[in-house]
Ligand binder design. Structure first.
Ligand SMILES: [Cu+2]
Length: 735
């Protein structure tokens, strides 16, 4: 008996060993992850807010693989809404790419979906929700694929100790509300940042002319980012500490910018940062003093620990409102000086010189590209000098031999020349307008344009010109593109390219995905993507995608995002009357109901309901039709155009509104009896950070002058004088 058991044990053990060694001799290991998408209460600012998290973590857990592994990722949706994860930068079958509806059926509440694919690459990547605004609520995590030990491309930098640093932006506000507010040109975020660039400030700083020229050219205040964030996060915290490093150590930091809309400047207190990879792909090491990481980019950098001290790697948001830090080493803290506040009026002056009156920009023959010329340096005090009496306590000024990374400096470690094939060239202008928050390619949103059919074996070259006033990080799914940057056969491979205003960049990629399918190409600023800034590349004759059985229906679902209407309410209640409007708008259309009721000195009821469509690319001109109701006792018989003032109360009208220089709005309409009414107005003239002036005058002998003081995003104090209704004061509510 004893012997039998012993033998049985022995045999089991031998079989076990055999199986084990069989498992090891197989080239591919199956790596399983279970990701539970859910909600969690977080508190970054003293206020409890619900975040969207994975496995109860913000950021989501780091997924690590080795090239050649098979990923088996089970995504369990415990939310009450659908979700979808995109594996950013990974080359995988289209059905697992994770663009909801387009490539992958969304994961419904309570459902689990398996993503399984082979890792056929190495490098630093990430994953994030591609559903609605979920990414901004915390749904992002790092994904690292290590090289195999026998990989011939292994370098000394691959053997260093490493640290994964995921940067992100956090707001307590519901991102859907942020998106809606941006579409209604809120200036609340500029107020929070102290970046309204108002007339009072312009006067104080001797920039009144700059401000006037700026408004004459109908440009909104200078800004480098749209949203105000309460916090920036490094792996989910304002600060990270990695004390175990000693003098002489080197560490490879894999940096991922998982922000919804924030670029970060990186600087290191321990000397140069050596860039060794970008978007997962190796580049020849290049040492820099400063670098920007665009939304959705990844960079691998090597940092030295010169002494037994604690060195700061500082990531400052591009708008310089705040920063996060990674401290490496232990001992005396060596801080990286803070970046001083931007000189907005200097930026405004520069933009003034380049903006034409028609709203297009003139680069004055500079042929800008590849981040080599940062026009914004005029706003950086540490580069262009501090304003009088504004020198920061740190007196930080950059030295002469200071190196800032740009794309021309990235050189691939291997040849990247595309395989021979027919070349097709596409050109996209990055277009948009800040006032109505419309973001497009060639002035068309995703839903307003056709999918772009590409052929297997074709090489696609894309010329990108940024004609807008913001930078855009354009991301291509499922492919790496070469950035044509002067490095010829060694042009770097990337999947995100940041394009600064007025830059022209050329990228090219081989349409060689064997499974074909639909691949999204879009701006990775979440709010720009949701506004429609992208295109869909579709391989001709792709096999059917089981995740998207009805491609037409799938497209309609995708198009919903940028066809969405955004509502707003502005309601004022004063001692002399009430004025306000209800509005609903999308990319091109706007519906509005405006009321003005007076109850003192003079009876007046005015309700105008209009529907209009913006027709020019700057959206300065909007023809409209509608119904006006107007009841008023008149002091005079004729209006200023000589027309009788006594007429029908209800009238059909057709007219247009046009934004004139200095943001004066001309509103001209004719009613069904042929009477013409003109109105000239200027709203929201910022004279201080929170103070706004407004005025209007109509051909019907009415004029009004008002002032309001913004208390919160939703509430303002108001006071006004109307020539018939007299003085009044009260409150104004904005939603
Ligand atoms: Cu963008």
């Amino acid at each position: 008996m004893d012997k039998y058991f012993k033998n049985k044990y022995l045999w089991t053990f031998l079989v076990f060993l055999l199986l084990q060694s069989k498992g090891q001799s197989q080239a591919q290991n199956i790596i399983r992850y279970d990701l539970y998408v859910g909600e969690k209460m977080v508190n970054f600012t003293g206020k409890n807010v619900t975040a969207m998290v994975i496995n109860n973590q913000l950021p989501a857990p780091t997924l690590t693989f080795t090239e050649g592994d098979i990923a088996e990722i089970y995504v369990h949706n415990t939310l009450r809404e659908e979700t979808m994860l995109h594996w950013h930068g990974l080359l995988l079958p289209n059905r697992y790419d994770g663009v909801p509806y387009l490539t992958t059926a969304p994961i419904q509440p309570g459902e689990t979906k398996l993503f399984t694919f082979a890792l056929i690459q190495s490098g630093t990547y990430w994953y994030h929700s591609h559903t609605g605004m979920q990414e901004q609520k915390g749904m992002y995590g790092a994904l690292v694929v290590h090289k195999k030990q026998d990989d011939p491309t292994i370098r000394s930098q691959d053997k260093l100790p490493e640290y994964v640093l995921l940067l992100s932006d956090w707001t307590n506000e519901d991102p859907k509300q942020i998106h809606r507010s941006l579409h209604h040109a809120t200036d609340w975020y500029a107020i929070k940042k102290g970046a309204t660039q108002n007339y009072g400030e312009a006067l104080r700083k001797g920039h009144l002319k700059t401000k006037l020229v700026n408004e004459w050219k109908r440009m909104l205040a200078m800004d480098v980012s749209d949203v105000y964030y309460e916090r920036f996060l490094a792996n989910g915290q304002p600060e990270q500490n990695v004390p175990q490093f000693k003098a002489g150590d080197q560490v490879r930091v894999r940096i991922i910018n998982g922000s919804a809309s924030t670029y970060f400047w990186l600087e290191y207190a321990g000397g140069k940062m050596t860039v060794v990879a970008s978007d997962g792909k190796d580049v020849e090491p290049v040492g820099v003093d400063r670098m920007i990481i665009a939304v959705a980019e990844t960079y691998d950098i090597v940092l030295n620990i010169p002494e037994n001290k604690r060195y700061e790697l500082k990531a400052t948001s591009e708008d310089r409102t705040n920063f996060v830090s990674l401290f490496l080493g232990n001992g005396e803290t060596i801080q990286q000086p803070a970046l001083p506040k931007l000189k907005y009026f200097e930026g405004m002056k520069m933009m003034n010189s380049m903006m034409r009156l028609d709203g297009s920009m003139d680069d004055m023959g500079m042929n800008m590209s590849l981040q080599q010329m940062d026009m914004n340096t005029v706003m950086y005090p540490e580069v262009s000098g501090y304003e009088e009496g504004k020198q920061d306590s740190s007196h930080y000024l950059i030295p002469d031999d200071f190196i800032v990374l740009n794309y021309a400096m990235l050189r691939s470690t291997t040849e990247t020349t595309l395989p021979a094939g027919p070349i097709r060239t596409l050109r996209f202008e990055l277009t948009g307008n800040m006032n109505r928050y419309v973001w497009t390619l060639n002035n068309r949103t995703v839903s307003e344009s056709d999918v772009i059919e590409i052929k297997q074996g074709e090489n696609i070259r894309i010329e990108l010109y940024n004609g807008s006033m913001m930078r855009h990080p354009m991301h291509l799914h499922g492919h790496f593109f070469r950035v044509i940057n002067g490095q010829k056969a060694y042009a770097p491979l990337k999947n995100v390219i940041d394009i600064m205003p007025m830059e022209t960049n050329i990228i090219e990629f081989a349409a060689n995905d064997k499974n074909g399918g639909d691949w999204f190409f879009h701006c990775h600023i979440l709010y720009h993507m949701m506004a429609g800034m992208g295109r869909i590349f579709r391989y001709e004759n792709s096999p059917p995608n089981p995740e998207a059985p009805d491609p037409q229906k799938a497209l309609r679902k995708v198009y919903r995002d940028d066809r969405q209407f955004h509502g707003m309410i502005h309601a004022g209640l004063q001692t002399n009357g009430s004025e306000g409007m209800l509005g609903l708008g999308n990319t091109r259309w706007t519906f509005g109901m405006h009321w003005h009721v007076g109850w003192r000195n003079h009876q007046k009821v005015e309700v105008e309901t209009h529907v209009g469509r913006f027709i020019d690319r700057n959206q300065f001109l909007i023809p409209y039709v509608g119904i006006d109701f107007r009841s008023r006792t008149h002091a005079s018989e004729k209006d200023w155009l000589g027309q009788s003032l006594t007429h029908e109360k209800t009238r059909m009208v057709a007219g247009f509104r046009y934004v004139l220089p200095l943001f004066l709005e001309l509103d001209a309409r004719m009613d069904h009896t042929g009477r013409v009414r003109m109105k000239l107005s200027r709203e929201d003239l910022a004279f201080s950070n929170r103070g706004r002036l407004g005025m209007s005058i109509t051909s019907e002998r009415e004029y009004q002058l008002g002032v309001h003081y913004i208390l919160t995003k939703k509430l303002a104090l108001s006071a006004s004088y109307h020539n018939e209704m007299g003085w009044g004061a009260g409150l104004a509510f904005t939603y």
